[in-house]
Design a protein around this ligand. Structure first.
Ligand code: ATP
Ligand code: MG
Length: 260
């Protein structure tokens, strides 16, 4: 079976800086993949090239066997590519329900009644049913993050791209989001999750990729990737405050601390 998402030779330069340098990556049907990498590594840029918000300078994006590189974001959304944004972008003056309804009507292309049904089930799935009639602009950070996931789910994705949905949350709040993502994964949805909060990823994904300097420098199980010399080097090298690993401390522990 072909992969659900395939990136082949994806390249992007901003001026003299190459943020994606011929990246090859595939994501299988139902797979949950985590992406880590230092600030500015090009993670969000990679998402934007998958979702169609940004065109690569070179390379190809294939989704479910079809080349989508020249399709715009709206067309890719209809095909089943749903994403969240690192900085949540709800329609502040609309209610929570209306925000998800817009996604269902215009992202998934559903007629009114089916749109209402999908929006209702998505709000239940993301724990926002009680806030359905609140103005999006009045939500707490955790609720805004939930809404960001809900709006992406409202487009009825086959691949969900999550960009730092746990960023800025307290530990118990992170756990709440992890539970939502795990449940989505449990119903077979393919997920790619960019996150600095590594323990959120390690408890959810089966595979981890580390991006640095425009290239993939680690790809494997979370334990393998976090223990790899190349990945440790990137984090230790990028943080002058970071203390060297204590001998009894495992690499995942160390990186978890560095990445918080
Ligand atoms: N539209 C743009 N024009 C010019 N440079 C950009 C643009 N978008 C991103 N960059 C630069 O490209 C690099 C990669 O940015 P990107 O946002 O993809 O990183 P990231 O890995 O998501 O980082 P973070 O972990 O901080 O979110 C950064 O140096 C950023 O400043
Ligand atoms: Mg980013």
């Amino acid at each position: 079976m072909t992969a659900l998402l395939e990136l082949a030779g994806i390249t992007k330069r901003f001026g003299l800086v190459t943020v994606a340098d011929g990246i090859d990556l595939s994501v299988g049907h139902g797979e949950a993949l985590g992406i880590v990498g230092p600030n500015g590594a090009g993670k969000t840029t990679l998402f934007s090239m998958i979702s169609g918000d940004l065109a690569p300078d070179d390379g190809e994006v294939r989704f479910d066997g079809a080349v989508v590189t020249s399709r715009d974001a709206a067309a890719r959304c209809r095909l089943g590519l749903g994403r969240t944004y690192q900085v949540p972008r709800p329609f502040e003056d609309m209610t929570v329900f209306e925000n998800v309804l817009v996604a269902a009507r215009y992202g998934a292309g559903l007629p009114t009644r089916a749109g209402y049904e999908l929006a209702t089930s998505v709000l239940a799935e993301t724990g926002l049913a009680a806030q359905a009639n609140l103005r999006a602009g009045a939500l707490t950070l955790l609720q805004r993050k939930r809404l960001e996931v809900a709006r992406a789910l409202g487009t009825r994705p086959r691949l969900l791209l999550l960009d730092e949905v746990a960023g800025g949350l307290t530990d118990p709040e992170v756990e709440e989001l992890v539970a939502i993502v795990r449940a989505l994964r449990g119903r077979g949805l393919a997920i790619v999750w960019i996150e600095h909060v590594v323990r959120a990823l390690t408890s959810t994904v089966d595979r981890l990729v580390c991006l640095a300097g425009g290239s993939i420098i680690g790809d494997g199980t979370p334990a393998e990737v976090l223990a790899s010399a190349a990945v440790r080097e990137v984090y230790l090298g990028s943080d002058p405050e970071a203390a060297p690993a204590a001998p009894e401390r495992t690499a995942p522990d160390l990186l978890g601390k560095l990445l918080r």
